[in-house]
Design a protein around this ligand. Structure first.
Ligand code: SF4
Length: 339
């Protein structure tokens, strides 16, 4: 549904959107880089308020969040569009909206799911939380805030799954309602961010630091994209997490498969995932997980003190939990998270 957007101001006869670091300055009828925000008559409009293109009930492990009420169900929603343009986007069919599509496709103007219905369905289906994901929820900020506000009032948790390419002011507003974040830290090179995603590294690091400093639950994910992410970057990511955040921040390293415009790249070799895991541990990270490789031994949570398997996983399934009041069932060491 089309509605007036937040986070913009008029500048020299144009409209400047300051929702994300792309910082589009749009002439009348011009569409932003995300494909869904438009200057019309000197006002910025979003075309995706409540235009749900995807809704599913997932285990929270799929976000991935491994230390946030393990095993609970989360209603996950998305609208079309994205402010990044990753070559290998898995959800490109919903995230990459061609310029001008919003004017031509009635989906945008005619689809509307009220926030009340999303919250009602989450409760009816036994979900503990609502996740904003699949595309990047940054670009449906107005809808996310309205759903999250209502969800919070009804006792549900809110989870933002994002690439973290957002400006501080909107993030501050969103953060009032969020309980947890799953953020991609894709590369540790501005050049790789620019070439692969049409983004930049620094704003993502700022978002991550903001969330961490607010004390919200945070887990990070790095997709090991061959050719764009080298060993040096992997080590720098792990070191940055351990030193600038904390060694207990969970880090998910995930296997890449070729999609969209990255079909020339191979899937991540398994030995590269194992090497990245070792690098994470060498840099002092306590919880390193290997994703997109079902059945591997690095899916479970081990106590950093005694090595006891405190949360066993097989894919997205929880096979065991050996925690007492958030502490290791064997030695009593505190496992960081929300349990
Ligand atoms: S949210 Fe969209 S319109 Fe706004 S600055 Fe980012 S890409 Fe441009």
């Amino acid at each position: 549904m089309k509605t007036v957007a937040k986070f913009w101001k008029p500048v020299n006869g144009k409209v400047e959107c300051y929702l994300c670091p792309v910082g589009c300055e749009l002439k009348d009828k011009q569409v932003g880089a995300c494909g869904v925000r438009v200057n019309e008559g000197g006002k910025l409009f979003t075309y995706t308020y409540g235009s749900l293109i995807s809704a599913a009930i997932d285990p929270v492990e799929k976000k991935p969040l491994f230390h946030f009420y393990p095993g609970h169900l989360t209603l996950t929603i998305a609208t079309p569009g994205c402010n990044l343009h990753c070559k290998g986007c898995q959800n490109w069919e919903i995230s990459q909206v061609p310029k001008g599509e919003v004017f031509e496709n009635t989906f945008f103007t005619q689809t509307y799911v009220p926030p009340e219905l999303v919250v009602e369905k989450a409760i009816e289906k036994g979900c503990k939380s609502i996740s904003y994901s699949y595309s990047d929820p940054t670009i449906f900020v107005e809808y996310m805030i309205d759903v999250a506000k209502l969800a919070k009032e009804k006792g549900l948790k809110n989870i933002m799954v994002t690439a973290g390419y957002i400006n501080p002011e909107p993030l501050e507003e969103i953060d009032k309602y969020m309980d947890a974040y799953s953020i991609d830290l894709k590369f540790f090179s501005d050049e790789a961010y620019r070439k692969y995603s049409k983004g930049r590294l620094e704003p993502v690091l700022e978002t991550i630091k903001f969330v961490f400093e607010r004390g919200k639950w945070l887990e990070l994910t790095t997709l090991l994209v061959p050719k764009y992410l080298d060993e040096k970057q992997i080590r720098n990511i792990a070191r940055w997490i351990a030193q600038k955040l904390a060694p207990w921040v969970p880090w998910h390293i995930s296997r890449f498969f070729p999609y969209y415009k990255a079909q020339d790249l191979p899937p991540t070799p398994i030995e590269d995932l194992e090497k990245a895991y070792r690098i994470g541990k060498e840099e002092g990270l306590q919880y390193v997980y290997v994703g997109n490789l079902p059945g591997n031994k690095y899916e479970s949570t081990y106590c950093p003190n005694c090595g006891n398997e405190v949360i066993g996983r097989k894919g997205y399934l929880i096979t065991k939990i050996d925690l007492k009041d958030g502490k290791c069932g064997k030695c009593g060491y505190e496992i960081k998270g929300r349990f």
